[in-house]
Every structure is written in structure tokens, then in C-alpha cells.
Design a protein around this ligand. Structure first.
Ligand code: ASP
Length: 335
């Protein structure tokens, strides 16, 4: 392929460890979001062999500080890039790994284009002895440039593995194989010879998402309540409700079960006629939360196999679109 015919890929840089710098090549103490996107691209000349890349800096932060303002900027910028440039093959977002799965799922629900958006990060900073970021970045660009990536929703690329935004979660503090899709497995590989896919995400996303309108308005406050022995859920929920929370995701124990105290809190809220939304996820990392009469009768929606942090994102978007209880049940079954 001649240089001229290379696919064009835009890179939106947000920071993270992939842009992190340490004082020593052996240190785990580094500052995430130190290098710019342009510096990352300049450091990897191999990128010019796989695509014609352009880079923009959206922010330069550790992803533990990711926020809705950046999410809104990303949705708007991705929309403008794809709308204004029909020849653009795909977009890569560089991102810290800590909250990468949340940004990926949010974009999966809000981007109204079927061309690939690929999130990429790294477990080791750019200055490490053996950084994983440069190859992850090359692979992310190759995945974004591949016509086979189209229509699969937002993708996550690290460790040569392509995961679906909905299914993937960070599972390990420091190992490079940290992003896993649990029972469901990843979608494919990015290898030296090709980008190879083996399966297709089934749940609604991007052009099939009712939340993909090109921009995102205000998001209601939705919080997560973690379930464990003798949790003081009443204190937590009262405080969060006083702070304006409109919906709660319970990280239930086992198959998404709530304690009697938590169920009584929901019952009391129903008795007061409040319109708080309640969703049940679980803390296990795999498997579905099924509808369950006792919880259903309280108007608590089962999160299927979404983890709590993703169930929260779906609930925020659903409430922003004025979903009532039947709509919430449909939405959690479809996304
Ligand atoms: N602190 C980093 C972050 O921005 C961690 C990482 O990128 O792996 O999420």
C-alpha cells in the first residue's frame, strides 16, 4: 500500500498512564497524563506505516479524575470528526485504564456513527523499561483503520486483544492482561499480520442506541451502594438523596440480592411516593442478575450482567431521557 492510500485515523488524547512519565524506568511512581498526544505519536514512527494519523488533545489527566465534561467533549468531537469527514476511517481515544471501561461504555451508548471508536491505554508509563503503550497505540490505530471493526460498537484495545465496551472491565492492578470480558470473552486479536474478529456484540449500541443523539445534556446524579455484611445503607442513601441523587445502583451480594435493610429503604421510599430509581447489579464480576419477584414488586430493576459502574451509566442516560419503570426494564434488557 502506498503512503497516499493509507487510511486516516484521528487520535483524541486524554492522558492516563500511556502518557505517564516517571523519574526512573523501574519505578511504579509516575505522573499520568504528562506527555501530550502529539508526543506519543512522535515517539512511535511505526504509526505512519499503518495509517495517516492526526492527533488532538482533549485533556491530559489521570482517568481517576475523568468527568462528564470530558465525556461531553468527546461525544461532540467524535460526532464532528465523523460528520465533517466521511473519509475518516476511525477514531482512537487514549485514556487512563482506571475508568477506561466507563468512558468506553458511555461512548458506546452515545456515539451515533458506526465507524470504529477504539479506546486504548497502557499499564506501564511511557518511560518504563518495557512500556506496553507504543504497541497498544499501533494496534488501536490498526483496529480503528480496519473496515472489519465497523458496526461493532466502541472497542477497547490493550495487550493485542479487542474487547467490546459493554463487556470489558479492568481486573488487575498492574498486569498487562488487565482488561477482561469475563465469561463472554474478547472479540478478536490485533496481530502483526491482521486484525482478526471472531464474534459480534449483540446488545444495542451506537447507531442502534436511543441515547445516541450527537450531543449529551445534563446527566442526573446516580450513585452506587455497595452491599456487604452490616452495611449502613440507610446513612449512605439518606446522605446521597439529600445531595440530589435521582437513582441508585445496588451492588448486591451473590446474584444481586439486597439485605432486608436495603429492601426496607426502597419500600419506605415507595411509601413516600418518591420517584427514585433503583437498579440491582452484583459484586461478582460474572453472570446475570435475573428479575426476582420480591425485588421486582419494589420496582427495583435487574441490571442483567452489567457491572455496577456500567449499570450506573445506563441508568443516568435512561433517566436523562425521562425513562419510567417500564422503560427502565426494557432498557436494561436491551443494552
Ligand atoms: N492512573 C492511570 C489512569 O489514568 C492508570 C492507568 O492509566 O493505567 O487511569
Amino acid at each position: 500500500m502506498s503512503e497516499k492510500s493509507l487510511p486516516r485515523v484521528a487520535i483524541l488524547a486524554t492522558g492516563g498512564t500511556i502518557a505517564g512519565r516517571a523519574g526512573s524506568s523501574l519505578s511504579h511512581e509516575y505522573k499520568a497524563g504528562s506527555a501530550t498526544g502529539a508526543e506519543l505519536v512522535d515517539a512511535v514512527p511505526e504509526l505512519a506505516r499503518v495509517a495517516d494519523v492526526q492527533v488532538e488533545q482533549v485533556c491530559n489527566i489521570a482517568s481517576s479524575n475523568m468527568g462528564f465534561a470530558v465525556w461531553r467533549s468527546l461525544v461532540a468531537r467524535i460526532d464532528a470528526l465523523f460528520t465533517d469527514d466521511p473519509g475518516l476511517a476511525g477514531i482512537v481515544v487514549t485514556h487512563g485504564t482506571n475508568t477506561l471501561e466507563e468512558t468506553a461504555y458511555f461512548l458506546n451508548l452515545t456515539v451515533r456513527h458506526d465507524r470504529p471508536v477504539v479506546l486504548v491505554g497502557s499499564q506501564r508509563p511511557a518511560t518504563a523499561l518495557s512500556p506496553d503503550g507504543p504497541l497498544n497505540l499501533v494496534n488501536a490505530v490498526r483496529v480503528a483503520a480496519s473496515p472489519d471493526s465497523r458496526g461493532r460498537g466502541v472497542l477497547v484495545m490493550l495487550n493485542d486483544e479487542i474487547n467490546a465496551a459493554r463487556d470489558v472491565t479492568k481486573t488487575n492492578t498492574y498486569r498487562v492482561e488487565t482488561f477482561r470480558s469475563g465469561d463472554l470473552g474478547f472479540l478478536g486479536y490485533a496481530d502483526a499480520d491482521t486484525v482478526a474478529y471472531y464474534r459480534w456484540p449483540e446488545k444495542r449500541h451506537t447507531i442502534h442506541s436511543e441515547f445516541a443523539t450527537g450531543s449529551v445534556g445534563d446527566l442526573p446524579k446516580v450513585e452506587i451502594v455497595f452491599g456487604y455484611v452490616e452495611s449502613d445503607a440507610q446513612v449512605v442513601i439518606d446522605a446521597l438523596q439529600a445531595a440530589g441523587t435521582r437513582g441508585f445502583v445496588f451492588t448486591g451480594t451473590g446474584a444481586g440480592m439486597l439485605s432486608d435493610v436495603e429492601k426496607a429503604i426502597v419500600q419506605a421510599s415507595r411509601d413516600r411516593g418518591s420517584d427514585l430509581a433503583f437498579v440491582r447489579s452484583n459484586r461478582l464480576g460474572n453472570g446475570r442478575v435475573l428479575p426476582h419477584k420480591e425485588h421486582d414488586d419494589l420496582g427495583i430493576v435487574a441490571a442483567d450482567n452489567l457491572n455496577p459502574q456500567k449499570a450506573r451509566i445506563l441508568l443516568m442516560l435512561a433517566l436523562a431521557h425521562a425513562a419510567d419503570l417500564p422503560a427502565l426494564r426494557r432498557i436494561f434488557a436491551q443494552y
